[in-house]
Design a protein around this ligand. Structure first.
Ligand SMILES: [Zn+2]
Length: 142
């Protein structure tokens, strides 16, 4: 599932919506199924989200049963594709990059993603830096 922030060009209203995948969003948009709740305009576009994302080493932390895992893996793959296309990879520098964005108002056109330890995530949270943890599958796990 992917959460997009949608913005209406008719009335400037913004709202969040969930889609099965980025291609589902495109499909609904093409068919004009995306309609503003407020003014019924179909000029609804997704805005560029800029949350900070962290990939965790999924494999070592969570064990799935195989059938479930395969299903989830597919969803995660579509997530990953979206993230790779829309976020800048900062690797292990995630905590540092997130702080420089937060404290120095460093402007980035894209959100960032990378890896961080649970300790980093906890500290960022305590500092009021909003992060989102997404499950991640390394390509070699295919
Ligand atoms: Zn509207």
């Amino acid at each position: 599932m992917i959460k997009y922030r949608l913005a209406c060009k008719g009335c400037e209203m913004q709202f969040d919506s969930w889609f099965a995948s980025s291609s589902e969003y495109e499909k609904l948009k093409k068919r004009k199924f995306l309609i503003c709740h407020n003014c019924n305009s179909t000029k609804v576009e997704k805005t560029l989200m800029a949350p900070q994302l962290i990939n965790t080493k999924l494999k070592s932390e969570i064990k799935f049963d195989t059938a479930k895992y395969k299903k989830i893996k597919k969803t995660i793959k579509s997530y990953q594709k979206f993230i790779k296309n829309n976020f800048e990879f900062v690797g292990d520098n995630f905590a540092h990059e997130a702080r420089s964005i937060h404290y120095n108002n460093k402007k980035k056109s894209k959100g960032i993603y990378g890896s961080a330890s649970n300790q980093d995530i906890k500290e960022l949270k305590e500092e009021g830096i909003d992060t989102q943890v997404v499950p991640w599958i390394e390509e070699k796990d295919n």
